[in-house]
Design a protein around this ligand. Structure first.
Ligand code: PHB
Length: 389
């Protein structure tokens, strides 16, 4: 009788423990840039995450999601992001690290994820090498080589022979410049000038005069989304480069929906390559943009919102597969090869690199229903990051 009673007690204890574990909240530590010049990044990613939870419920594999948010402004200082990630792990006891708006932040936090054994979901930072810095990193945004290569091919095929490159002088800019030169040269194009500009508040005037004097067919530009792109487009107009017949070709960071209205009509006709457009035609995007407009009527959804939404989708699907476990090794294994339909189109996680595979679109800025939109007219499907080859 004693034995049976003890067995029954043990069984009850195990059940109770199981239930307690299942009821443990899922703590997601978000490192987002929410103030300073890159504040729009954190806002957009957070919007995407919250939209996913509003649509799908905030309990995943029986665990209620708790977001613990840290602002790593200015976003370009790796040491700030790293300290906040350490706090999230040690003080807040988070299960998962996510966010990472700018490259320095992702690079600085990678060793924290490895040491603390936490899954790390990169929702914006886009330098190719980031996913090689920890086996626990999975990325739902993009890489600059992935976006740039299709644009260089398109340019060479469409009468653009001489290009001047302008990029922000840090990881993603170096990646964009390197890939553009490589792909464009292989397709027979010529680089007639190149310049790297400061990341924060660049003054384009002196560079633009030099570009004008060189008379390229086009300028290829990568700047991190935001003020720099607005300043570049303004300078391009003011210095008369458009009138001189010089075209702008860019990664979509220049023209994202959060800032395109600040650029205004001078954006019309500009060709870019990117993985997300508010104007993307699909049922998923229609649902996404409608939900976004309802929840955030003052803003427009952009690629960062889509990456936040997809990052949260990834976390939810992985946890369903692991039965609620956020163990970093199990998480990374379960994420590999995952495929789904994003608002941007079909995406998957490359099992070899944990980076994203996606369609890259060529788009043209057009006025649609009174709004400046990046209208997709060509695409390259299932495109992997060429930067890791
Ligand atoms: C980055 O820092 O990796 C980054 C930031 C903004 C972008 C793209 C890449 O638009």
């Amino acid at each position: 009788m004693g034995l049976i009673k003890n067995l029954m007690l043990a069984a009850f204890a195990a059940l109770a423990l199981g239930a307690a574990q299942a009821a443990e909240p899922l703590k997601i530590g978000l490192v987002l840039t929410l103030s300073g010049p890159f504040a729009a990044y954190g806002k957009q990613v957070e919007h995407g995450i919250r939209l996913f939870l509003a649509k799908n419920g905030d309990t995943i594999a029986g665990r209620k999601v708790e977001l613990v948010i840290k602002d790593d402004a200015p976003g370009t200082a790796g040491d700030v992001s790293k300290r906040l990630a350490q706090e999230l792990v040690v003080k807040d006891n988070v299960d998962i690290l996510a966010g990472f708006m700018l490259t320095p932040s992702a690079f600085a936090v990678a060793p924290v994820a490895t040491e603390a054994k936490k899954p790390m979901i990169v929702m914006n930072a886009a330098t190719s090498a980031i996913t090689t810095k920890s086996n626990y990193i999975v990325r739902t945004s993009m890489t600059l080589p992935q976006i740039t290569a299709p644009l260089a091919t398109w340019a060479a095929k469409n009468g653009i022979k001489r290009v001047y490159t302008i990029v922000a002088d840090y990881g993603p800019g170096h990646d964009a410049e390197g890939q553009f030169k490589k792909t464009f040269a292989a397709a027979g194009g010529e680089i007639v000038g190149e310049v790297r500009i400061p990341v924060a508040r660049p003054d384009f005037a002196p560079y633009l005069q030099k570009v004008k004097d060189t008379k390229p067919d086009a300028v290829f530009i990568f700047v991190p989304a935001g003020e720099a792109g607005v300043a570049f487009m303004k300078g391009f107009q003011e210095k008369g480069l458009a009138q001189a017949g010089i075209k702008v070709i860019a990664t979509g960071d220049l023209l994202d929906e959060d800032i395109i209205d600040s650029i205004g009509d001078s954006a019309l006709g500009v060709i870019s390559s990117f993985h997300y457009s508010e104007a993307h035609k699909s049922a998923e995007n229609q649902a996404f943009t409608a939900a976004y407009a309802k929840a955030y009527p003052k803003d427009r959804p952009n690629f960062m919102a889509a990456a936040g939404f997809d990052g949260m989708h990834l976390i939810a699907e992985v946890l369903k597969k692991t039965g609620g476990s956020a163990d970093a090794d199990k998480f990374a294994e379960a994420a590999k090869g995952m495929k789904w339909e994003s608002p941007r189109g079909p995406i998957s996680i490359d099992p070899a690199t944990r980076d994203i595979i996606q369609t890259v679109y060529i788009r043209k800025v057009t006025r649609v229903g009174g709004k400046l939109q990046n209208v997709e007219f060509d695409h390259l499907d299932n495109f992997k990051d060429p930067g890791k080859q």
